[in-house]
Design a protein around this ligand. Sequence first.
Ligand SMILES: [Zn+2]
Length: 114
Amino acid sequence: MNALPPCPKCNSEFTYEDGGLFICPECAHEWPAQAAAESGADSAKVYRDAVGNILQDGDTVTVIKDLKLKGSGGVVKVGTKVKNIRLVDSDHDIDCKIDGFGAMSLKSEFVKKV
Ligand SMILES: [Zn+2]
């Protein structure tokens, strides 16, 4: 069994791989093997808030639970509004600035889009 994807042009299942390219013997279409391998996880990552709204760079959100800050001992209170978020691909997937606290990272599961 081979796990090569079918040809995106003619749907032929007889695709073969050669030098980093997938090649279709039926219509002679060639496309990069890497693109197929990567289409899925990272490039298409969707960020959602606590209730499932899709988040985008520049959105304004509110914090839905008190968040204790490591180090400073401060607490970002529930209901705190956070403007102009920036989405990043990490455990804390929102970079932002909060008035009175400065730059920090939040988890999307603890915010709600306004
Ligand atoms: Zn084809």
